[in-house]
Design a protein around this ligand. Structure first.
Ligand code: PLP
Length: 471
C-alpha cells in the first residue's frame, strides 16, 4: 500500500467507523450468531495473492459485524462497560501509525515520558496521594488490564515479604493473601500465577452492604501468623464487580500497617468516579495503600485497553520485576536517569497507550470527564428510584455509583426468565450476578452514548417483560 493508497483507504475506514457509530443503536446489542458461524464463512486458507482493501473492509461489514456484541451501543448495560470515544480511537490510530514498541525509555523517549506525565495528571485529577506520582517515591504505569496490575502488585508484595527470596530463589511455602468474598476473580488468578497457591487466598466475609469486614480480616491475619505462615498481600476493592461495594479502606489500612502486609486497592471501575470530588470519599485512606489501580477503559472514555496502576514505592516493584540482559543495555538506562517501563510490568514490549489518555484528557478536559461520570451516576440513581417505586421489584445492594442491582421479589426463576427475555429482545443487554445467594440483575450505566432516553426505554422494557411473565 503506497502512502496515497493508505490515505484513501484510511479515510474510507474512518468513514466506516463513523457510520458504525451512527448505526450502533440499531443493532441487537448481544450478537445472536451461533458458535462456529464466522469460521464456517471464512476460507480455509489465506489468499495466495493480496486482495483489494475494499474487499477486506466490505467483509468487516458482511462477516464481522453480525458476530459483534455492541459494547458501544447506548443500550449496553452489561458487566462494566468498556467505553470508547472518538479521541481515544484516533489516538489508537496514531499509536498504530507510529508503531512504537516502548519497552525502554531509549526505544522512544516520548512514549515513556508522556505516560509518566499523563499518569501524574490522572493521579492528581483523582485526588490520589503524592507518593503515587513521579514527584513522590512511587509512580504510575499503564497496564493492559486490572488483572495485570493486581498480579504485578502481588509480585512486588511477595518479593517484599520474603526480602527478595521469592524472586531469586523460588517461593517457600507459607505465604498467604487476603481479599473479600466479593473481590474480582483476577485476585485468585494472580495468587495462583504467583505461586502462592489458590488455597492460600483467604476470602474474607462481607457485611450486608457486601463490603469486607475488617475484623474478619484481622482475625484471618492473626490466625495465619499464629500458624507460622507469612501474610503478604491484601486486596481491597473499591467498587466490587457484582455490586460496587466499597471495602472500608481506613480500617483495612490500619490492619495492614499493623501486620506489615502489602495493601493493593482495586478500584478498576469506581476509581474513575474519583475525578468528581463528591465521589472521592469512597477512597478515603488510599494514602495508606501500597498500590492502586483504576481502569480508564471502563468509564473514562478511553478505549480498551488502559489500566492505570500506581505504586507508593517504585523500588519494591522494580526489585521484583527488573532484569537487564546485555542486549537491552543502553546509556540512558545505565545512567539511571530515566524510567524503563519494561521493569514495571510482566511483558517486555509495550504499546504507546498513553496517547489515548492524553487525547482523551485534552479533548474532554477534566470538566467534560466529570460531567460524563455525573450524568451516568444520575441516570443510575433515577433508574433505582423507578425500581423502588414498583412494588414487584427490590433493590438488593446500595447504589453507590452507576450500577443498580435489582430483582423481582421472590424466587430466582422469574428473574432468570426476565433477563433472558430482555436479552433476546436485542433491545438491551444486562447481565446478572448472585448476591447473598440470590439471582440478581445488574444494570450498569457506562457506555459512552447512553443517555436519558435509553435508560427510560430499558426500564419500560423491563416492566413489560415482568408483566408478560406474571402468571
Ligand atoms: N477488578 C474489578 C473490581 C473489576 O470489576 C474487574 C472487571 O470488571 C476487574 C478487576 C478485571 O478487569 P480487567 O479486565 O481490566 O482485568
Amino acid at each position: 500500500m503506497t502512502p496515497d493508497e493508505f490515505r484513501r483507504h484510511g479515510y474510507a475506514t474512518v468513514d466506516w467507523i463513523a457510520s458504525y457509530l451512527e448505526r450502533v443503536e440499531s443493532f441487537p446489542v448481544l450478537s445472536a450468531v451461533m458458535p462456529g458461524a464466522l469460521r464456517a464463512a471464512l476460507p480455509a486458507a489465506p489468499p495466495e495473492d493480496g486482495e483489494p482493501y475494499e474487499a477486506i473492509l466490505a467483509d468487516v461489514e458482511r462477516l464481522i459485524l453480525p458476530g459483534i456484541t455492541h459494547w458501544q451501543s447506548p443500550n449496553f448495560f452489561a458487566y462494566f462497560s468498556a467505553n470508547a470515544s472518538p479521541p481515544a480511537m484516533l489516538a489508537e490510530l496514531v499509536s498504530a501509525g507510529l508503531g512504537v514498541q516502548g519497552m525502554l525509555w531509549a526505544t522512544s523517549p516520548a512514549c515513556t515520558e508522556l505516560e509518566t506525565h499523563v499518569l501524574d495528571w490522572l493521579a492528581d485529577a483523582l485526588g490520589l496521594p503524592e507518593a503515587f506520582t513521579s514527584r513522590g517515591t512511587g509512580g504510575g504505569v499503564i497496564q493492559d488490564t486490572a488483572s495485570s496490575a493486581t498480579l504485578c502488585a502481588l509480585l512486588a508484595a511477595r518479593d517484599r515479604a520474603t526480602d527478595g527470596a521469592a524472586t531469586e530463589r523460588g517461593l517457600a511455602a507459607g505465604l498467604t493473601a487476603y481479599a473479600s468474598t466479593q473481590a474480582h476473580s483476577s485476585v485468585e488468578k494472580a495468587v495462583g500465577i504467583a505461586g502462592l497457591g489458590r488455597a492460600h487466598l483467604r476470602l474474607i466475609e462481607v457485611d450486608d452492604t457486601f463490603a469486607m469486614r475488617p475484623a474478619a480480616l484481622d482475625d484471618a491475619l492473626r490466625a495465619d501468623r499464629a500458624a507460622g505462615r507469612t501474610p503478604c498481600f491484601v486486596a481491597a476493592t473499591i467498587g466490587t464487580t457484582s455490586s460496587t461495594a466499597m471495602d472500608p479502606l481506613p480500617a483495612i489500612v490500619e490492619i495492614c500497617r499493623r501486620h506489615g502486609v502489602w495493601l493493593h486497592v482495586d478500584a478498576a471501575l469506581a476509581g474513575n468516579a474519583a475525578i468528581c470530588p463528591e465521589f472521592r470519599q469512597f477512597q478515603d485512606g488510599v494514602a495508606g495503600a501500597d498500590s492502586y489501580c483504576v481502569n480508564p477503559h471502563k468509564w473514562l472514555l478511553t478505549n480498551f485497553d488502559c489500566d492505570a496502576f500506581y505504586v507508593a514505592d517504585r523500588g519494591a516493584l522494580l526489585r521484583a520485576l527488573s532484569i537487564l540482559p546485555e542486549y537491552l543495555r543502553n546509556q540512558a538506562t545505565e545512567a539511571g536517569a530515566v524510567i524503563d517501563y519494561r521493569d514495571w510490568q510482566v511483558p517486555l514490549g509495550r504499546r504507546f497507550r498513553a496517547l489515548k489518555l492524553w487525547f482523551v484528557m485534552r479533548s474532554y478536559g477534566l470538566a467534560g470527564l466529570r460531567q460524563h461520570i455525573r450524568h451516568h451516576v444520575e441516570l443510575a440513581r433515577r433508574f433505582a428510584d423507578w425500581v423502588r417505586a414498583d412494588a414487584r421489584f427490590e433493590i438488593v445492594a446500595p447504589v453507590a455509583l452507576n450500577l443498580v442491582c435489582f430483582r423481582l421479589r421472590g424466587d430466582d426463576a422469574p428473574n432468570e426468565r426476565l433477563l433472558a427475555a430482555l436479552t433476546d429482545s436485542g433491545q438491551a443487554f444486562l447481565t446478572h450476578t448472585r448476591l447473598a445467594g440470590r439471582y440478581v440483575l445488574r444494570l450498569a450505566v457506562g457506555a459512552t452514548y447512553t443517555t436519558d432516553r435509553h435508560v427510560e426505554a430499558v426500564w419500560d422494557r423491563i416492566r413489560e417483560c415482568a408483566t408478560a411473565l406474571q402468571p
